[in-house]
Structure formats: C-alpha cells, structure tokens
Design a binder for this molecule. Structure first.
Ligand SMILES: [Zn+2]
Length: 412
C-alpha cells in the first residue's frame, strides 16, 4: 500500500476531547475516527488490525468445534420479554419505538441464539451446539471516556454453547477458557483468568480475562507465583497476603482491562424461553447454556494501551496492519525508482508493505509518522543505502543494519 494513497493520515495534534492513550494514539496515527463519544469508525489501518485479530479468534473457535453464523442486530421487544431482560437490562440497552412497535439494538445475543435452538433442534443427539459470530454490540455507556475500551458501539465475538448435561457444559467451558488464553497470547497480550462476580450468578459460574494495565477500569488481586486471580469486587483476601491457592506466592493488586468473559448460565434462560429437547427417556428437558465473549475492538485498544512509547504505537507482529514500513528518503529519481523496485519485490515475496512514497515530506516527518503508526519493521531507502540494499530497524530497538532485499525477505 502506498502511503500517498492510503485513506486516513497521521495528525500532529492530539485530539482535545480524548483522555485515553488508546484513542489519542489511534486517532493521531490514522487508525480510527471519532463520530461522537463512544462511537468510532475503523479506517483502513484499524480495519486491517481488527481483521487480523478476528482471523486469530476464528482459527481458535474452529479448533473448539464452533460454527460461525451471523445474527441480527435489530431485535423485537417480545423476545427480550421472554427472559425479562427488556426491563432488567433497560439501562444498558438502546430501546426505541417505530410505527407503534418496540425494538432494541443488540447488546448481547443469548435470547436470539436460544430462539434459533428451539426452532432448529429437537432431540438429544443433535447436541451439543457451539455457535459464534462477530457482530456489533450497542451499550448505553453513560461514561464513554476510555476510547475504544468502552464504546457505545463495538465489535465483539460471542460464542454460545448448548448442552444436555451440566457436566458437558462445564467441560466445554474450560475448553473455551483455554482457547481464549491462546487467542490473547497469539494477539500479543498476557491475560489472566480471573474469578468474577457476574451479577446474580455465583463466582464459580463466571470468569473474566484481564490484562494488567493502568488504563483498566477493573482492579484484580493476583498471585505472583501461580495462576490465582480474583476481581476486587468479590475478592476475599487483600494485597500483600499469602496466596490462598499455592500458599507460597504473594497477592498483588493491579488495575486491569477486561478483554473477555465466560458465563455458565445453566438452564435459567432455557426454562424461561422453553428451550427443551427430547431426552433418551422420551421426556422434555431444558438445555444448558454457556456464553463466551471477546471484545474485538477492545483488544485493539488494549494492545495500544500496553504497547506504546512517547513516539507512538508498537504493534506486535501478529496483528500489525503491515509487516514492514518502507520509507524512501531522497530527491533523486534513481533512488526513488530503486525504492519502488524494492516495494514490488517485497510484495511479490508475499510481504505486506506500507510504502511511504510521499514527495515534499521531510525525512523527519516520515520517521515520526513511522514511529507513530508503529509497524514492527522500518526499512529505509536513501542516498546512503546503496543499490539493492535497505536500512533495517525494528520499532522497539535502536539497532540499525544495512541488509540486502533477500536478507529482508528471509527475516520477515
Ligand atoms: Zn498462588
């Protein structure tokens, strides 16, 4: 991609109305645009990052046997009345009237999924069901101040599983928990699995995935030597105490960002919505529901919060919008055409390249933009590099090397 053609350029000014690091950097670097508080467009660079995150999630969902679908965002009031959530979730839902009928915009999909199940599945041998989708969620956030960490409209992956026995749900619940840890690791985040309160359910029925960060709105207690972690809202211990699990480690207290959550709803909603199946004994029984979410756009925001410096973003290579950022620093037509050749050669080798081909832009500006955008590898072609060679520098390192194109291709 030639930077001169790319929609969404860098900005020098920090947006005045943004306080969060993720929104400031993503807006300045040209990844997102703000429509209003809590509502952002993904520009091409941001869309590419989100696309890579989605693909990692999709691969891990396939590994736990889930099938991808797509459910509607516009829901009738009647379906939310079946579980009572039209009233109990009123504050968080966007509800409205049109031509005397009432609707809501999706804030989650348990009811819609269970409606699919009762229409399409009848007997025990058709279970378990594991269905997921990527879709927009709407939440009426009163304080939308954390950029894309807490937006009114955001992209989420939600998986639902439906089982005929509680122990099957439990088994799958922990399979998904493992799969989520793999997802976070693959996108470049270290997430902790944390016991959580989860509203009306006891803490053993729900877990959160939390990434340590000062930007987080949650506080967790975690052990410095084992995997024990609890949300402060429910925690029984205190920081500095000995870990109740391993009896060795010390409990630390940290701010954290919630990047995923998993719930075991059991038969609560199935009973209300009459989602039953015919068992081996011929009797109708309610199905067991599990629900598992990952905030996809929130993951992008979290990556920016935990991986940046005073110059800009530092993308992990798994989700970077482009693998290398090629800069040409010269007025000489010979050097410019050399850079163009290198750009084509890299692309032919299957490498994703952002090529800063702009004229009338100073070297200093190009370097600053490159650091702000945060692609892991910077390649520079200049009067000094010599024919067929480029200067290689990694975003998070100071070392500069001169390499041939073949060496670059090998390394990337
Ligand atoms: Zn411990």
């Amino acid at each position: 991609m030639k930077y001169s053609q790319l929609f969404g350029k860098t900005q020098r000014q920090t947006p005045k109305d943004e306080t969060s690091v993720n929104a400031k950097l993503l807006i300045r670097a040209g990844f997102i645009d703000k429509l209003m508080a809590g509502s952002y467009s993904l520009l091409p660079l941001g869309f590419r990052v989100v696309g890579k995150i989605e693909q990692i999630i999709r691969e891990e969902m396939d590994k736990v046997g889930a099938q991808e679908i797509l459910m509607p965002l516009l829901h009738p009031k009647a379906i939310w009345n079946e579980t009572g959530r039209w009233e109990t979730a009123k504050e968080v839902m966007f509800q409205f009237k049109k031509d005397k009928k009432e609707f809501a915009l999706s804030f989650t999909h348990e009811e819609i999924l269970l409606d699919l199940v009762r229409k399409h599945v009848q007997t025990y041998h058709e279970f378990p069901l594991k269905l997921y989708h990527f879709s927009t969620k709407f939440r009426n956030e009163l304080r939308a101040k954390s950029g894309i960490l807490r937006a009114r409209e955001f992209l989420m992956k939600d998986l639902y599983s439906v089982h005929t026995a509680e122990k099957d749900l439990d088994k799958y619940y922990w399979e998904v928990a493992d799969s989520y840890l793999k997802v976070f690791k693959r996108v470049g985040l270290e997430a902790k699995i944390v016991e959580a309160a989860g509203g009306v359910f006891t803490r053993s029925h729900t877990h959160e995935f939390q990434v340590l960060s000062e930007a987080g709105e949650d506080t967790i207690y975690w052990c410095d030597s084992c995997d024990f972690a609890q949300n402060k809202e429910i925690a029984q211990g205190k920081s500095g105490e000995v870990c109740p699990k391993c009896k060795k480690g010390k409990i630390a207290e940290s701010k954290s960002i919630e990047v995923g959550n998993i719930f075991r709803f059991g038969t609560v909603y199935s009973e209300k919505m009459n989602v039953t199946y015919t068992d081996r004994d011929g009797k109708k029984k309610p199905a067991y529901l599990g629900s598992y979410g990952i905030g996809v756009t929130r993951l992008m925001g979290t990556l920016v919060e935990v991986s940046n410096d005073e110059k800009g973003i530092i993308w992990p290579e798994q989700v970077t919008p482009y693998q290398v950022h090629l800069l040409v620093i010269s007025d000489k037509s010979q050097v410019i055409s050399q850079a163009q050749e290198i750009y084509q050669k890299l692309q032919k080798a299957g490498i994703e390249v952002l090529f800063d081909d702009r004229k009338d832009v100073s070297a200093g500006e190009k370097f600053a933009d490159c650091d702000l955008i945060g692609i892991p590898v910077r390649l520079v072609v200049s009067d000094k590099t010599g024919k067929g060679k480029v200067e290689w520098k990694e975003r998070d390192k100071g070392k500069v090397e001169i390499l041939t194109i073949d060496e670059v291709i090998k390394r990337v």
